[in-house]
Ligand binder design. Structure first.
Ligand code: NDP
Ligand code: OXD
Length: 306
């Protein structure tokens, strides 16, 4: 009985220790140093290198170590096995905390005051009015964000592939629905998964449908956003500012214009980091399910890509 962790570039000591408590007697192996690869039934994967699962000849299931699965599914050597992803109230709370901070940052004009501080300028200004928030993607995280802001009294619109019903949220689907969802929004939050359908979704045409002077927050994936289109929209004032937590290339290269753009807030892909303390329970549950031939919890639809 064995579980493999295929999670490069991370210290995995705490994860191993916590998993071992929940899965006593299970051999936990780490890529690239598998000791008995033919014993592995489930692999926990995150940005796994191509070919890293090839030696696991008895593998029966895959568990993403995060909520998004785009990098996992982009591996051409990925075996055709059930894949689940992390769905965790702590991850959702972390995302809500981040988005709430971003909202406060712009409402209180901390972007402007930060720039003024650089010039030693003392110029008070009343808060930025942000009354309407649009959320693109109404899944685990997007629906929670939309409901959170609606419960605080904001006008909220949301957009997803299928039509949703969420208390206090004007929900839309379809391309026409996208235009309605963003038309009056002061702040647009992107929580769409990266799939073949959503790559470059936020292009020049769709950014042009946003309210003039809106603020964009991308916490989804970098490739959902057309970077050139965003830079142009910021230049023309179509968008006033952007908060970006995710990028096509991470870490963001030193030469990237976002680093020094006065209207862009860069954060290092930290809006909702998988919580080891709580993720281990789901991993252990799916490990038991794998051994017993039961369906995994939080299964990914690999055809849809999320
Ligand atoms: P879910 O899979 O639960 O939700 C995805 C939502 O996007 C669904 O509402 C879905 O619609 C909608 N959607 C998917 N494709 C389309 C499309 N083509 N057109 C319109 N709507 C679409 O994902 P989560 O909420 O759990 O996570 C969202 C993303 O957030 C993740 O995929 C990941 O990339 C990112 N993320 C980022 C983190 C960070 O730290 N920055 C942390 C965690 C996640 P429908 O409901 O109709 O299927
Ligand atoms: C995730 C992430 O998808 O951290 O979980 O981006």
């Amino acid at each position: 009985m064995s579980l493999a962790l295929v999670i490069p570039d991370r210290k995995l000591g705490t994860l191993v220790d916590k998993l071992q408590v929940l899965l006593p007697g299970v051999l936990i192996q780490q890529w690239p140093d598998y000791s008995a690869p033919q014993q592995v039934q489930m692999a926990v994967v995150w940005k796994q290198p191509a070919g890293s699962l090839a030696a696991l000849t008895q593998l029966k299931s895959l568990q993403s170590f995060g909520a998004g699965v785009d990098t996992i599914l982009s591996d051409p050597t990925l075996p055709d096995l059930p894949l689940s992803r992390i769905v965790d109230p702590h991850l959702t709370q972390s995302m809500l905390g981040y988005l709430q901070s971003v909202l406060g940052y712009y409402q209180n004009r901390l972007d402007l005051f930060g720039r003024q501080q650089q010039q030693q300028q003392w110029k008070p200004k009343s808060p930025r009015p942000i009354r309407h928030i649009a959320v693109l993607g109404l899944g685990e995280l997007g629906a929670a964000a939309a409901c959170h802001f609606a419960s605080l009294g904001y006008q909220v619109s949301g957009w997803a592939r299928s039509q949703k019903q969420l208390a206090g949220v004007a929900c839309y689907a379809t391309e026409q629905g996208y235009a309605k969802a963003v038309a009056d929004a002061d702040l647009v939050i992107c929580l769409l998964p990266l799939t073949a359908d959503t790559e470059n979704f936020l292009n020049a045409d769709r950014l042009a449908l946003c309210k003039a002077g809106a603020i964009l927050v991308n916490v989804a994936r970098g490739a959902v956003l057309d970077d050139e289109a965003l830079l142009r929209a910021l230049e023309t004032g179509q968008l006033e500012a952007a908060c970006l937590d995710v990028f096509r290339q991470e870490p963001l290269p030193a030469t990237d214009p976002y680093w020094s753009h006065p209207a862009v807030l860069v954060t290092p892909h930290c809006s909702a980091v998988t919580n080891v303390d709580t993720a281990v329970a789901q991993i252990a549950e799916n490990y038991h399910r794998t051994l017993n031939g039961l369906p995994l919890v939080h299964l990914v639809d690999k055809i849809r890509g999320y």
